[in-house]
Write a protein that binds this ligand. Structure first.
Ligand SMILES: *[C@@H]1O[C@H](CO)[C@@H](O)[C@H](O)[C@H]1NC(C)=O
Length: 138
């Protein structure tokens, strides 16, 4: 080979070898012990207006069957109670092994940010979504 060609070839090779290895590799896969994210979806979007004293419900679910529990939290991040005669708001379906839950307002009067939490089989698997519930202006 002519010397010029050898020089050009080794130059090209050193350019290739100097490309940082990290740019050529896909991002590392999470180890099995890493957090696996759940992605709860609130059917009502991120903002919904409800008329005062009306009955309404919100629906949250997780795409894919991996969620073991879906639970609604009130604006103070306290899990909503289950149904009772006295409850002005409660949740349905938040028992284990269901990938969805309803938040029911019996007579709506508590606007705020409500959060849906989805949990998987492992303690670290968790995801949240929130919805701002406002009083609808008549
Ligand atoms: C929330 O979404 C569900 C499902 O689309 C719907 O049936 C329900 O009426 C919605 N709730 C409100 C308060 O808009």
């Amino acid at each position: 080979m002519a010397p010029q060609i050898i020089v050009a070839f080794s130059l090209a090779l050193s350019v290739v070898l100097n490309v940082p290895l990290t740019t050529a590799l896909p991002p590392p896969r999470p180890a099995a012990s890493d957090t696996v994210s759940m992605h709860p979806i609130i059917a009502n979007g991120s903002r919904v207006a409800v008329s005062a004293m009306s009955e309404a419900f919100l629906f949250c679910w997780v795409d894919g069957a991996s969620a073991q529990q879906v639970e609604w939290l009130d604006p103070l991040n306290v899990p909503l109670p289950h149904w009772s005669l006295e409850a002005s708001r409660y949740q349905l379906g938040s028992g284990t092994h269901l990938p969805h839950a309803y938040l029911v307002f019996v007579d709506f009067r508590q606007p705020g940010v409500y959060t849906c939490v989805a949990r998987g089989a492992e303690a670290m698997e968790e995801g949240r979504a929130s919805v701002i519930v406002t009083l609808a202006t008549p």
